[in-house]
Design a protein around this ligand. Structure first.
Ligand SMILES: Nc1nc2c(ncn2[C@@H]2O[C@H](COP(=O)(O)OP(=O)(O)O)[C@@H](O)[C@H]2O)c(=O)[nH]1
Ligand SMILES: [Mg+2]
Length: 181
């Protein structure tokens, strides 16, 4: 049933993308950069922000939800009808990679996210000495994920690198899974 609804929406060329990750990972900055907004005025997200962008004829509704520990229990309110999960990781934050892994694997247990693909954005890779995607893949134990299509890509919201490539993967994966071209 859900997948029928998804297909119907995809036919309307509309996708729902949930942007999650620990606080300070750069979620809001990524969204602002994609929207072409000023990235110098980002403040911590307390609730959620929905932004709609056009991408290759698709309407992407991106939900940017606050990631502070106190807010994470609210994440579940946003799971319904999610086509893609974008998990943003701060590649400079080695100290919280374990916390990051636990939150991610916990999320993937969620029934309502079972139809979503997973893009991991290794953000802040403009910073010297940050973790490379390989280190993050191990830190997050991505290889253990068998329930979702996943892909990791390095990016920088500040340097504006690879954000479009990430979206391209998300859109392509959704199209492939739903057999609509
Ligand atoms: N160096 C660097 N800093 C970034 C990047 N993306 C975000 N930041 C900074 O990280 C901090 C947290 O960003 P924010 O978007 O609020 O994170 P959120 O809590 O995940 O929404 C801000 O000071 C951003 O300027 C990046 O690609 N490179
Ligand atoms: Mg934010």
């Amino acid at each position: 049933m859900l997948s029928i609804l998804r297909k119907a929406r995809l036919k309307d060329k509309e996708m729902r993308i949930l942007m999650l990750g620990l606080d300070n990972a750069g979620k809001t900055t990524i969204v602002k950069r994609i929207m072409g907004e000023d990235v110098n005025t980002v403040s911590p997200t307390l609730g959620f922000i929905i932004k709609t962008i056009e991408y290759e004829g698709y309407k992407l509704n991106i939900w940017d939800v606050g990631g502070q520990k106190t807010l994470r229990s609210y994440w579940r309110n946003y799971f319904e009808k999610t086509d893609a999960l974008i998990w943003v990781v701060d590649a400079t934050d080695r100290l919280r990679i374990d916390d990051c892994r636990e939150e991610l694997h916990g999320l993937l247990q969620e029934e309502r996210l079972s139809g979503a693909c997973l893009l991991v954005f290794a953000n802040k890779t403009d910073v010297n000495g940050c973790m490379d995607p390989e280190e993050i893949r191990e830190g997050l134990q991505l290889n253990a994920i068998k329930t979702h299509q996943w892909h990791i890509i390095r990016c920088s919201a500040i340097a504006s690198t690879n954000l479009q490539e990430g979206l391209a993967w998300v859109v392509q994966d959704a199209k492939n899974r739903l057999f609509l071209f």
